[in-house]
Design a protein around this ligand. Structure first.
Ligand code: ZN
Length: 167
């Protein structure tokens, strides 16, 4: 009997993400499939929900509205900050998430939307906020998560033994 995707399982999936205009925004095709830990918000809620109960070999399409994807757009739009305000080794490029600490000690992620000369534009919206996401998915494999993955809340590669990354 093969395992179905539920909390505490690692799903290994191939996916292609297109927007409503049919443009491919992201895809694992031609590369390694993506391992994710089910039930730990590693992927957008709409996709995780559609994967629940699926098993090895299943293929499906799912349309994920913004509320189940990267959220609706909010805020007043991108703000301009000086490049010199970023740490020296920070990879300043479009689409890059920027972890920031708020005045009350909380954590927030901003996203770089544009870079021009000495200026960098950052926005509180994920680059895909407001977009309807069309996923085309193949479940390549399902396995039980190992203890370290459950502890960290994410998958450690296809077999659970991926060389470790910083946290
Ligand atoms: Zn880890």
């Amino acid at each position: 009997m093969s395992l179905s995707l539920a909390d505490g399982c690692v799903g290994i999936i191939h996916y292609t993400l297109t927007n409503d205009a049919g443009e491919v925004l992201d895809s694992s095709a031609g590369g390694d499939p993506l391992p994710y830990l089910h039930g730990h918000h590693n992927i957008v809620p709409g996709l995780e929900g559609a994967l629940a109960g699926k098993t090895t070999g299943d293929t499906f399409k799912v349309v994920v509205p913004p509320a189940e994807g990267y959220g609706d757009k909010s805020g007043d739009g991108p703000e301009r900050v000086r490049r010199s305000e970023f740490p020296k080794d920070f990879p300043i490029e479009e689409g890059q998430p920027v972890p920031v600490e708020t005045a009350d000690g909380g954590h927030l992620t901003l996203w770089i939307t544009a870079v021009k000369g000495a200026w960098v534009w950052v926005d509180m919206n994920h680059p895909l906020a407001g977009e309807t996401l069309n996923f085309d998915v193949e479940v390549v494999a399902v396995r039980e998560a190992i203890a370290a993955e459950l502890e960290h809340g994410h998958a450690h590669g296809i077999d659970g033994n991926a060389h470790h990354h910083g946290h």
